[in-house]
Design a protein around this ligand. Structure first.
Ligand code: DHB
Ligand code: FE
Length: 288
């Protein structure tokens, strides 16, 4: 049986991908940022996930105002790094996991989540920067990836409640897959930031830290945060944080937080990163 063993949350700041690609990630001046992933790089080598379900948002790269899927799942064989205006990142092609992805899609649709199925798309920094931060500079990504794209760019985004429930449905889907696979779910984006407008540059450290504290056990409180509240408290792009709730929903009721890193500022953003490992076996939905 396939099993979700752990979840990981991380910001996906494009500048960090640029630092890696320029060979600057080892510079002393960036140590306060990259050192926060040293534990993670060792941990992932030990964990050896077969598949990562990588929850991210496309930033008007493969989807634009013509088509805005709320939840899209990649069922393709592979995904190329996108050209976001400064050339495609020189990172490996992302290998998909079509058989598992189609299984998850069928299960999610039966469970009431009307997923958009995507077989061909390029993937932007939302997906490739987390891979670089966790796996470092590699010839090939060491696992298969199922991209799960969430609209957090154009109002309205899905609610936190819906995201938590989607995570839980992903867990059900994965556990019904007959092959023995070690599956991780990553939630990316955030933390507080606003890239445009009068409040550009906004960072709310207290809000970010409370979010990271509450995600472990008080996830239902976080799921009740509205998009307007995200925007007010954490900036227009802060609502990327709903994607961490999909990761959380895919885990058990009880998790161990085995790593946490927070650094402000990075580019225009607060950088957040944490790792949860499952402990008990209680499904989130079974918890009263
Ligand atoms: C930045 C952060 C993001 O999450 C993003 O998608 C684009 C830019 C930034 O901090 O520069
Ligand atoms: Fe983003």
């Amino acid at each position: 049986m396939a099993k979700i063993t752990s979840g990981l949350g991380t910001s996906h700041i494009p500048l960090l991908g640029y630092m890696v690609d320029k060979g600057e990630s080892h510079l002393e001046k960036w140590a306060p940022i990259f050192d926060g992933y040293t534990f993670t790089k060792k941990w992932i080598r030990e964990q050896k996930p077969d598949v990562v379900i990588l929850v991210y948002n496309d930033h008007a790269t493969s989807f634009d105002m013509k088509v805005i899927p709320t939840f899209a799942i990649g069922c393709g064989e592979e995904y190329h790094p996108a050209d976001e205006g400064y050339g495609a990142r020189p990172v490996p092609v992302v290998k998909g996991s079509p058989i598992l992805a189609w299984h998850i899609t069928a299960s999610l649709i039966k469970q009431g989540f009307d997923m958009t199925i995507v077989n061909e798309m390029d993937v932007d920094h939302g997906l490739t920067v987390p891979l670089s931060m966790v796996f470092g500079e590699v010839e090939e990504w060491p696992c298969q990836v199922i991209p799960l794209a969430v609209n957090t760019v154009v109002y309205p985004s899905p609610t936190g409640e819906r995201c938590l429930a989607l995570g839980n449905a992903i867990r059900t889907a994965v556990e019904q897959f007959p092959e023995d696979l070690n599956v991780q779910v990553w939630g990316t984006g955030g933390m507080s930031h606003q890239l445009l407008g009068e409040r550009a540059g906004l960072i709310n450290q207290a809000w970010d830290l409370a979010f990271m504290d509450d995600l472990k056990s008080d996830y239902k409180k976080l799921a009740a945060i509205s998009q307007v509240e995200y925007i007010r408290e954490s900036g227009t792009e802060g609502c990327e944080m709903v994607m961490w709730l999909i990761m959380r929903g895919a885990l058990n009721h009880q998790v161990n937080e085995i790593h946490r890193h927070y650094h402000v500022p990075v580019s225009n953003t607060a950088l957040g990163h944490l790792i949860y490992e499952n402990t008990d076996t209680m499904n989130l939905e079974d918890k009263p």
